[in-house]
Design a protein around this ligand. Sequence first.
Ligand code: ZN
Length: 185
Amino acid sequence: MDSGLVNELVHAAAVLNSIGCLPATDGNFSARTGQSNAIVTRKGIEKRALCTDDLIEIDIEDDQPSEASSEWKLHRALYLARPDVKAILHVHAPQLGVFVAAGLVPDVKLLMEAEMTLGSIKMIPYIEPGTSLLGEHAVKFGGNSGVLLLERHGVVAVGGSVREALHRIERAEFLARIQLGMKLL
Ligand SMILES: [Zn+2]
């Protein structure tokens, strides 16, 4: 496996854990390696303590590799539909989770940094996790957005690199925290 990408995914897990996005075994990550392969998290592991052994490299065309995350079909659909996407991070972020539960999308216009770096955040109508249909909906309703909110579920960030996807989650989560705080004023 590409040790650089492995290290980036391990780093992303540590950062996402530090902002409370990885309860229990929740979340899953992947990074594209060349045209036809991707590194993906194994199913059922605690991503908060992610290490090299928790990652496997698989064929991107594979519909459901046996050891891969149960959410692989979502990653696969996004990779096949969006050649620009090189990394995908799915988490259960607490502040964005409030918006997800309420069926609302944070307003990127509230903060200059969010508007410039996130562009748009899209809500994906609820579909049962782990299904091919969820991937189809993420492509259909996500457009070319970098941050997708899965209704009643969680958050997906895509990027041209692991770092870009990570920064998108961090910035979207920060925006959500600020917008929730504004409601107190
Ligand atoms: Zn999830």
